[in-house]
Design a protein. Sequence first.
Length: 262
Amino acid sequence: MTTEDLNVIQLSPDTPDSTPGILRVATYNIHKGVQGLGPTRRLEIHNLGHAVEQLDADIVCLQEVRKMNRREAQYFERWPDVSQAEYLSPEGYDSVYRTNAYTRDGEHGNALLTRWPVIGSSHEDISDHRFEQRGLLHVEVEVEGKRVHVIVVHLGLIHESRLRQIAKIHKFIQREVPEDAPLVVAGDFNDWGFQIKRMLAGFGLFEYDEGPRSLTYPARLPMVQLDHVYVRGLRPTGLYVPNGRIWWRMSDHLPLIAEFKL
């Protein structure tokens, strides 16, 4: 991608600007900031930084975020000197990161970027088996004087594991989130069916459900929606997916932007 390309990254013209009383939440699996395999892989973290800023979201939920990776840092000359969560955080935003998985060369996990004050954060391991390390990131933010709880998730690749992870998330919510508090659960659910949607509805969590599904994967030719933003105590008002060549070059997922009435 060229510098000229970066200057024209923008959302759909149908995407409204930030409005008082509206909470805009984006979720984006950034594929660890690198696209491609082997010697042809390319570093996309710099382009992703510009893209995240263009989302203009109050809260950005990120998955597959690297805290560090020694092998990639040696391979790419322009590898950032700070963690990807810090690097991607626009000016004026706070970033919160927690590690889900440790590898031979580093670690990666979930992150949350927010233009609103962070009250507190925590992490919980929701791994279902030893072959996949998974966790949830819980952050409490104060939005227009109201405390909103946000849980960032990246569920497993096996269907039965995802169902058990949803049950673990529900137990966490019962334990850590007051019943009357606004709640957002967002991320890469790795699921294109409806069973998880029905389970979350049973817990009082819903997403914007008008119009066709907002397809996010694979980015080049989206066929399914793996990424979702569910809420409790907020009213969904809109859902948007940026698209085009610039977006599918940066990750294998497209970002999803949801808006809610506070």
